[in-house]
Design a protein around this ligand. Structure first.
Ligand code: T4K
Length: 369
């Protein structure tokens, strides 16, 4: 169908701006392996995100996976099933065991009041997700981590540019991992970053993203190849110049959605967190069929019939994936199960026209009876 509206659309600079950014690479022939664009983006991001240290990687997934490897963890990691496959897979691919904590029904992030009873003598870390850009209960997570000497690795894939109580969101936990995928508020085509406090950990990560090589004749670790290349870094440099403007436009889209859908019986909109400077990353809506009169499936299908691609982020829960068949008990995360069966994320990107938002809302409201 023509004029389809998808759940998101990548932000891109003007072509000329990108061409200018990559032109020097034709003189230098330096395309990857921590070149000048990589360095510049790293510096610019440190400042923009308000973090002390950052390292750039190929994507958000490798940021999570190599962070866990660099920390040399063993045992169980308390995490959330209400997330993208990446979070859980990063844990499992490191030989660690995910232990699923249920989520808060308002923020959809890990319910911090349920963490302590999941801690065993095998627990080594907590990996919460600031899902949809909603910020986790940072204080409580910090308190628990301190009490039980656990590492905290935030999956901050959705929170680019956010701050909590005036502090860059990447500065919380031992580590915070960002995604710069094409679908994110800020993209470098593919890309990711790890913000960290411990410089030794940073040095280890730097080696792990480059095959574990320490020097030309020294390879102390089994690493991967997760270096951000210069074309991606150049895209990041361009997009970073416009990201504030993009977030402002997203805000206008979100405000229009809220105006139209607020206070409609049977619809739960995303929470507003007072201490958070939001990036308006996603617009999740939970449909309670009993009160709304239409199920999530009916709304999804009606939107699709009209060329509108909403998505069921995050359904299915990761603890129900077939690759984990029989390993986890989904009844232990009932709130996550409830939300995942009812949530739809609506189209949201900077250039989404407000008339299109109105059309989407008309279709959604037309399903109500
Ligand atoms: N942790 C969390 C909590 C995450 O959500 C993610 C990724 C990660 C970790 C891992 O980070 P990365 O390794 O990806 O950096 C998308 C994204 O691929 C993924 O990055 C994202 N989360 C996830 C929530 O969404 P899909 O499979 O839904 O993407 P796809 O291809 O269906 O694209 C969605 C829409 O975006 C399309 O309908 C149109 C638009 N789009 C897509 C692409 C690829 C564009 O406008 N341009 C594009 O280039 O996973």
């Amino acid at each position: 169908m023509e004029n389809k509206i998808l759940v998101t659309r990548s932000s891109m600079p003007e072509l000329d701006e990108y061409m200018n950014e990559i032109t020097p690479m034709w003189d230098s022939h330096w395309l990857t392996n921590m070149g000048p664009k990589h360095k510049k983006l790293q510096d610019n991001l440190c400042e923009y995100l308000g973090v002390e240290n950052i390292d750039l990687l190929t994507n958000g997934h490798m940021a999570l996976e190599l962070t866990l490897q660099a920390m040399n963890l063993q045992g169980e990691v308390i995490t959330t099933p209400f997330t993208f496959a990446s979070t859980t897979h990063a844990i499992v691919r490191n030989g660690l065991t995910p232990v699923f904590c249920d989520i808060d029904p308002e923020t959809y992030c890990m319910d911090a009041s349920k963490i302590e009873k999941l801690i065993t003598d095998r627990t080594c870390a907590i990996m919460p997700v600031h899902v949809y850009g909603n910020v986790c209960n940072i204080e409580e997570i910090e308190r628990i981590a301190h009490k039980y000497e656990l590492k905290v690795i935030y999956d901050a894939a959705h929170t680019f540019g956010e701050s909590y109580k005036g502090k860059g969101i990447g500065s919380f936990g031992d580590v915070s991992c960002f995604s710069f995928h094409a679908t994110k508020v800020f993209n470098s085509i593919e890309g990711g970053a790890v913000c960290f406090k411990d410089k030794q950990l940073g040095a280890k990560l730097y080696e792990l993203k480059n095959f574990g090589i320490h020097g030309p004749e020294e390879v102390p670790a089994v690493g991967a190849n997760a270096k951000m290349n210069e074309f991606c870094a150049a895209m990041g440099l361009c997009n970073l110049r416009h990201v504030d403007e993009e977030i402002a436009k997203r805000k206008a889209v979100v405000e229009r959605y809220r105006e139209r859908l607020e206070d409609v019986e049977g619809i739960q909109l995303n929470c507003i967190q007072n201490d958070v400077k939001s990036n308006y990353a996603y617009f999740p809506v939970v449909f309670e069929e009993r009160l709304y009169g239409a199920s999530r499936a009916e709304v999804f299908d009606k939107l699709a019939e009209n060329g509108i691609g909403a998505r069921k982020y995050f359904y299915p829960l990761t603890n129900t994936f077939e690759c984990f068949h029989g390993k986890y008990d989904v009844t232990e995360t009932p709130v996550a199960l409830h939300i995942s069966k009812r949530v739809l994320t609506l189209p949201l990107y900077a250039d989404l026209a407000l008339e299109d938002v109105d059309r989407i809302c008309d279709i959604i409201l037309g399903c109500k009876y």
